[in-house]
Design a protein. Structure first.
Length: 185
């Protein structure tokens, strides 16, 4: 696979279907003059494939992790994309996935973490778009409280509005497939 061509294609798709120039209030409460809705990319077969392949390639280049996960809702399709890419590369892969709920379910096992998570795992947390990093930092807290070790944090687009610094303050490095400089802002 030509990673540069794959990356170019994913950026073109992001700009075509996910990027809008308009004033919005983001989940962080900040105002912005552009909006990114990466669900528009991740809910398309080609976008899901591109994101999964690029993220898996990035994860292969650093500290090994046993599982990938993230906060609902943004991380769920991205986690599925990475797991599918891992299975395409190696049908016997042992990479697992999970997601973190905003609050524990009120029935069943009352968990905040669902899926194939277990204490002691080394994990990568995934996010579609990072602004301040608050959502994923909440996932860091939950994973660590449940006995996991967050080794990596990866997003598709870092908006360049404080997430890098927020993760650094926790001793984590934010890795991004794209950053603000890749956007026409």
């Amino acid at each position: 696979m030509d990673l540069e061509a794959t990356q170019r294609e994913l950026l073109e798709l992001i700009l075509k279907v996910s990027f809008e120039r308009r004033r919005v209030v983001l989940a962080s409460g900040r105002e912005s003059d552009f909006y990114l809705d990466l669900r528009q990319v991740l809910m398309r077969p080609r976008g899901l494939w591109l994101a999964g392949e690029l993220a898996l390639a990035r994860l292969a280049g650093g500290e090994r992790v046993e599982a990938v996960g993230g906060m609902v809702v943004g991380a769920v399709p991205f986690v599925a994309a990475v797991l599918a890419a891992a299975a395409r590369q190696d049908p016997q892969t042992d990479l697992l996935g999970f997601f973190v709920r905003r609050e524990a379910k009120q029935h069943g096992l009352s968990r905040r973490i669902e899926g194939a998570f277990r204490p002691g795992q080394s994990v990568a947390l995934l996010e579609d778009t990072c602004t301040t990093g608050q959502s994923t930092l909440e996932a860091v807290e939950v994973v660590e409280a449940e006995g996991g070790r967050v080794a990596r944090v990866l997003c598709i687009v870092d908006r360049g509005e404080g997430a890098v610094e927020a993760f650094a303050a926790r001793g984590l490095k934010l890795e991004a497939l794209f950053s603000r400089v890749d956007l026409p802002v």
